[in-house]
Design a protein around this ligand. Structure first.
Ligand code: AMP
Ligand code: GLY
Length: 423
């Protein structure tokens, strides 16, 4: 039988790639390149070296960096089948100013904005806007390049620091300044084949470092799915009003976009608006959405890579609720301290119903145990009949894991669980 299974190479090393590997492995043989020591310890096959050297039927590129750098183009040029956009489509995430232009041309609802590379006009525009002020690096900044603040002086200093290159290097030498929106946020990922797109289950993530949405923006500290109150109508509205028009606008520019379009949405009083598009699976939303995907994930992604989403059934999702909580290194996101021994990894992985998603997990020098090797170290996830049940399972398991000054939020999915109980 195994000769007939699709061989998939997942490129990346984080919790998202771990979750993809687990979901794909239901029907495919999976290698993660390069992966990390934590997923390897949990039985995921990892390979170091160039991705081209891995023999596979399908290559799935996880992170935005290699997509923006054209890894998908290089693999396609070598005759490989790839799930992930080329550098042309990945520019949506690589340049927020370009993304805003594409959204405007496609008529997609989004915040009013200006884009600047000089402080004078940038500060004039900033001061013309009401609170809150939103300042974004044009280029990639690992989810940390966005400042939202009610303090105009802080926003102005941020503009100057970004444009000078002091805070984010080249990524900040152009900034996008936006109208501040308010509302609940939603992450919606769509699998695209160049022409068609199918939605995955919506999720919510938690971007701020601290409880109660305090502290700096991070790559994401936890997530949950499904999102109470968000049903098919809203998903269809985002697909028809944002995802499909964007795909069409890309096609008009000659871009054959095959991969995930992941919309960050704000549910405003005027309807859903796009905060941003990313060109990849979301992290940590993938860790809650993929466990709910009921079916053959590998076939759907392979069909999208081949431009043939019409040849497979649309993804279906179990009604189960899923929650992961990210455990981070002390000092994350500003200056994570790594190299600490991780205690309880094996014990936590053996708890019934608990899934670990390893991200910044490395091998101790000398081949000992596992150590922290990144800002977001791992996520503890569970899937259950309700958000309340899943989050209880997760938070019961979290204390089993530890390293000095481990940092995590205690309120992931708390409010949604309350809404669920009162519904
Ligand atoms: P982004 O990376 O563009 O999604 O921004 C990161 C986070 O900043 C979002 O998840 C929002 O919480 C916040 N944000 C971004 N743009 C805006 C905006 N125009 N108004 C209010 N908050 C925003
Ligand atoms: N969850 C935030 C991101 O993947 O960018």
């Amino acid at each position: 039988m195994s000769g007939e299974r699709l061989r998939v190479c997942v490129i990346g090393s984080g919790g998202r790639e771990h979750a993809l590997a687990v979901a794909l492995a239901r029907t495919a043989d999976v290698v993660v390149n390069p992966g990390n020591a934590g997923m390897a310890a949990l039985g995921v096959s990892c390979s170091v070296g160039e991705p081209e050297a891995v023999e596979a039927d399908l290559y799935l590129i996880g992170p935005e960096g290699p997509l923006v750098d054209g890894l998908a183009d290089r693999l396609r040029a070598a005759g490989r089948s790839v799930f992930g956009p080329g550098a042309d489509g990945a520019r949506l995430e690589g340049s927020k100013a370009w993304m805003k232009q594409v959204l405007a041309s496609a008529g997609v609802p989004t915040a009013a904005y200006g884009s600047f590379d000089q402080p004078g006009p940038a500060l004039d525009f900033l001061r013309s806007l009401p609170s809150p002020w939103v300042v974004k690096t044009d280029g990639l900044a690992a989810g940390k390049g966005v400042l939202v603040t009610g303090d105009l002086d802080e926003a102005a200093s941020d503009v100057v620091a970004k444009l000078s290159g002091a805070s984010f290097g080249a990524a900040g030498r152009r900034v996008v300044i936006e109208e501040g929106l308010s509302g609940r946020e939603l992450s919606l990922m769509a699998v695209c084949d160049g022409h068609r797109a199918v939605a995955l289950a919506p999720a919510q993530d938690f971007k701020r470092a601290g409880d109660g949405d305090t502290g700096n923006n991070t790559g994401g500290m936890g997530a949950y799915s499904p999102v109470p109150g968000v049903g098919d109508d809203l998903v269809n509205e985002v697909m028809d009003g944002a995802v499909l028009p964007t795909l069409a606008a890309l096609r008009e520019r000659g871009i054959d976009y095959r991969g995930v379009l992941y919309a960050g949405i704000m549910l405003t009083a005027d309807g859903p608006k796009v905060l941003e598009f990313n060109v990849r699976f979301a992290d940590p939303e993938t860790q809650v959405v993929l466990p709910r995907w009921d079916g053959d994930v590998a076939s759907v992604l392979a069909a999208a890579a081949a431009g043939r989403l019409d040849s497979v059934d649309a993804p279906r999702f179990t009604p189960n609720a899923s929650v992961p909580v990210v455990l981070a290194a002390p000092g994350y996101p500003e200056a994570p301290r790594t190299g600490e021994v991780i205690d309880g990894f094996a014990a936590a992985s053996e708890i019934e119903g608990i899934q670990l998603f390893a991200a910044g997990v490395g091998k101790a020098p000398g081949g000992g145990g596992l150590v922290t090797s990144g800002g977001r170290v791992l996520a503890v996830g569970a899937t259950g009949p309700s958000l309340t049940a899943a989050r209880k399972q997760v938070y019961d398991a979290v204390p089993v894991l530890s390293w000095p000054d481990v940092k995590y939020r205690t309120d992931i999915a708390a409010e949604a669980a309350r809404r669920e109980v009162n519904a």
